[in-house]
Design a protein around this ligand. Structure first.
Ligand code: AHM
Ligand code: MG
Length: 338
């Protein structure tokens, strides 16, 4: 008789975790399931994008006569619809929307959670069939569930996160998330449409050797970052360096590879953009949460990312994340430059 290994599905896994919290009411479980459902719908659309020609073509009509949407708009609407319908989330901050979207529906308006998300990060890569992702963060709303939700409910430091994760639409589709008790990765089996636990308890590996940065901006980087990049490229008599350079230009994909293979992701401020490009609330904080949960570190060069309270929804931050020792080394170079 062939004995098969028992598959743990994402739904089973989330339920098992819920039972570890005696007072849990299942709201977070339902919310995470809503995110997974939306991810599958977005995944289907991304996979079909080349066939139905909806890459970047807002306004045209598909064969059913429906108006086609750009994939990032589609992803945004899909996640909002799933979260609103689920009733556990009362408001969303999204890269696609200038202001917080608060729900007025009978159930959703009393939801205990708020979500910040980048529905389709790295979307400039879509046309070239390069991996893209969704990033999500879940906070407990600050005010009473009967009070109107405000921007303050969502402008919370990353250390207050209840859960965070990403979906990577790559050679396979994965959902990776944490509720503060380690990081777990689930691969979508497209034949049955189920996320299955494939990467339990993800941790940065030892002996990391990758650095990821857009070196096209090199001349505009702070001196400390330039020196660190040179350090990465130098021979180390004891071995280990030079490191190898890998950069996709898609945060989720770059971080995911670095998490699995061991590497640092670098997006500094420049002279023209002192705060860099990446957004604190829905790009840096959730990825920093995962990095710390995977035994790594995330910093803006001086401060722990998870300690920074965003002042505005779309605030940017320099971002350095990866294995602890790599980020620490980069911080030393930055301090020497002061
Ligand atoms: P986006 O939110 O507009 O897609 O931009 C964010 C993306 C990240 O995924 C990626 O790390 C970064 O932009 C790449 O920027 P650059 O092209 O400057 O290297
Ligand atoms: Mg983005």
């Amino acid at each position: 008789m062939v004995t098969r290994k028992k598959i743990t599905t994402l739904t089973e896994f989330i339920m098992q975790r819920q039972y570890e919290y005696p007072h849990a009411r299942g709201s977070l479980t339902r919310l995470l399931n809503d995110i997974a459902t939306a991810a599958k719908i977005v995944n289907r659309e991304i996979n079909a994008a080349g066939l139905v020609d909806i890459l970047g073509s807002t306004g045209s009509e598909n064969v059913q006569g429906e108006t086609q949407k750009k994939l990032d708009v589609f992803a945004n609407e899909t996640f909002i619809t799933a979260l609103r319908g689920g009733g556990e989330c009362c408001a969303i901050a999204s890269e696609e929307n200038e202001k917080v979207i608060s729900f007025r529906d009978q159930y959703a308006e009393h939801g205990r959670y708020v979500v910040a998300m980048d529905p389709l990060d790295g979307s400039s890569n879509i046309e070239s069939n390069v991996s893209i992702g969704t990033i999500f963060s879940v906070y407990r709303r600050l005010g009473d569930t009967n009070d109107p939700v405000t921007e303050m409910d969502i402008l919370q430091a990353g250390k207050e996160l209840v859960a965070a994760g990403y979906v990577i639409y790559g050679s396979s589709t994965m959902l990776v998330y944490s509720t503060g008790r380690g990081v777990n990765g689930f691969t979508l089996d497209p034949s049955v449409g189920i996320f299955c636990l494939s990467h339990p308890n993800m941790q940065f590996p030892g002996n990391p050797r990758i650095y990821s940065v857009n070196e096209g901006n090199y001349v505009h980087f702070p001196q400390g970052v330039k020196s660190y990049i040179k350090y990465c490229q130098e021979d180390d008599p004891e071995g280990g360096r030079p490191y190898t350079s890998r950069y996709i230009g898609s945060l989720v994909a770059d971080f995911h590879r670095n998490l699995i293979k061991g590497g640092i992701f670098i997006y500094p401020g420049t002279e023209r953009m002192p705060q860099g490009k990446l957004r604190l609330l829905y790009e840096c904080s959730p990825v920093a949460f995962l990095a710390e949960q995977a035994g790594g570190k995330a910093s803006d060069g001086e401060r722990r990312i998870l300690d920074i309270i965003p002042q505005t929804l779309h605030q940017r931050s320099p971002f350095f994340t990866g294995p602890h020792e790599m980020v620490e080394k980069l911080e030393l170079f930055l301090q020497e430059d002061l």
